[in-house]
Design a protein around this ligand. Structure first.
Ligand SMILES: CC(C)(COP(=O)(O)OP(=O)(O)OC[C@H]1O[C@@H](n2cnc3c(N)ncnc32)[C@H](O)[C@@H]1OP(=O)(O)O)[C@@H](O)C(=O)NCCC(=O)NCCS
Length: 152
């Protein structure tokens, strides 16, 4: 399995994966179009594919502030789950944050999203807070998770 940085050509597939995934964070077309715009906030988008040139089957998007990165979305295609892809994407993202000398990676997750909560916990994220009624449709608390990363 190959994990690589996304290019503008990957956006259509990323959007399709996101649209088909109820528990994903949902963005509008403008937000996706802005991902690679010069004036856009700094973000990193990693994608997973079987090998170079094949269909993307997962992605992770994070916003990169100097000190702290925030995972905004992570999705693996339903027929490709439980193969370690989600973990591989998030681990590589954390590695990139470490390389950029960020101190931590943050994220919010629905409390009921057991698959994602378990994945993050296995990677080493810890709960540092809760945002009551953060989500809509249906309303639910968000758990705020963070992993501290040492600078090498
Ligand atoms: C969350 C998601 C990205 C995980 O992707 P994945 O490729 O299946 O994850 P992995 O195979 O790396 O799983 C890693 C670990 O997470 C846990 N996990 C993953 N899916 C799980 C599930 N359905 N139920 C319970 N635990 C699960 C397991 O501990 C798993 O390790 P194991 O397979 O050795 O038991 C995927 O389920 C997904 O795309 N969900 C919809 C989008 C979403 O909710 N994103 C999170 C937004 S915050």
């Amino acid at each position: 399995m190959l994990i690589r940085k996304a290019t503008a050509e990957d956006i259509a597939t990323i959007r399709k994966l996101e649209h088909e995934t109820e528990t994903a964070a949902h963005w509008g077309e403008r937000e996706y179009d802005a991902l690679f715009a010069a004036e856009a906030p700094r973000r990193i988008v990693l994608v997973a594919a079987e090998e170079a040139g094949t269909q993307i089957v997962g992605f992770v998007i994070a916003r990169c502030a100097e000190d702290e990165w925030e995972i905004e979305n992570v999705v693996v295609a339903p027929d490709q789950r439980r193969r370690g892809l989600g973990s591989a994407l998030v681990r590589e993202l954390v590695q990139e944050a470490r390389r950029s000398v960020a101190a931590s990676v943050l994220l919010e997750v629905r409390e009921s999203n057991a698959a994602a909560c378990r994945l993050y916990e296995k990677i080493g994220f810890n709960q540092i807070g809760r945002r009551p009624d953060y989500y809509r449709n249906p309303p639910e608390d968000a758990l705020l998770l963070r992993i501290s990363i040492s600078v090498r």
